[in-house]
Design a protein around this ligand. Structure first.
Ligand code: TYD
Length: 220
């Protein structure tokens, strides 16, 4: 996306292991002396985190899907303008847990919001920004959901509204991610989420190192 820096995004459904893999990649790149900025959506900046609180503290059940759509787009614009762009301009590697594909998958395919509206909002508010590489952790939805439910039972965070949605909703989201990756294979790395944590991490690291080499991004 940027002449300088590198914008990497992790996407995937519940139980895909996406957030853990983002953390592993951040640590591995830092160990190589690279200047890495971990972040997430919705959120990443103080104001975008306030929007996140509104969206995820059970409030989404009370709002129309279009309202959620607007809030996700607003949080993303704030995140891009005040965090992502400045760090990329400084030549850093920004690694986000989720980005606009989450909106296409969750609000679009999942909740039935118009894909055209999502694309238009992204164009108007977010400069049609795209990640240099989106790492999609994909696998059989039912198996991954069972994994996620196990994790919830362990941590007790049952109030997460998204995790209680039905299987069909998750299937639609997963298909949306796959379709988007298939439409632009040069910008996606689709990884089998059922492999071991180590095997997934190695695959992601190798792809990212190749990209870093191509862009000639040096250690800080
Ligand atoms: P989070 O607790 O970070 O969940 P996860 O570990 O699955 O990433 O909450 C983020 C939730 O917000 C997640 O359920 C997906 C949802 N979301 C959307 O619905 N649309 C979006 O555009 C984004 C960025 C996230």
């Amino acid at each position: 996306m940027s002449q300088n820096g590198l914008f990497l995004v992790f996407e995937g459904g519940d139980g895909s292991g996406k957030s853990s893999q983002r953390d592993i990649l951040v640590e591995r790149l830092k160990a190589r002396g690279l200047d890495v900025v971990p972040t997430r959506e919705p959120g990443g900046t103080p104001f975008a985190e306030e929007i996140r609180d509104l969206l995820l503290r059970g409030s989404m059940d009370k709002m129309h899907p279009k309202t959620g759509l607007g809030l996700f787009a607003a949080a993303r614009a704030e995140h891009l303008e005040t965090l992502v762009y400045p760090h990329l301009a400084a030549g850093r590697i920004v690694i986000s847990d989720r980005f606009v594909d989450s909106t296409f998958a969750y609000q679009g395919s999942g909740e039935g919001c118009s894909m055209e509206t999502i694309a238009a909002l992204h164009r108007e508010l977010c400069d049609d920004a795209q990640a240099d590489l989106t790492i999609l952790l994909d696998g059989p939805v039912r198996t991954l959901l069972e994994r996620a439910l196990g994790r919830i039972a362990d941590t007790g965070s049952l109030e997460d509204r998204f995790e209680s949605a039905d299987i069909a909703f998750h299937e639609r989201k997963a298909q949306c991610y796959r379709d988007r990756a298939a439409a632009a294979p040069e910008r996606y790395l689709v990884v089998d989420a059922l492999q071991s944590i180590e095997a997934i991490a190695d695959q992601i690291e190798a792809a990212v190192l190749r990209l870093i080499e191509n862009r000639r991004i040096a250690a800080a």
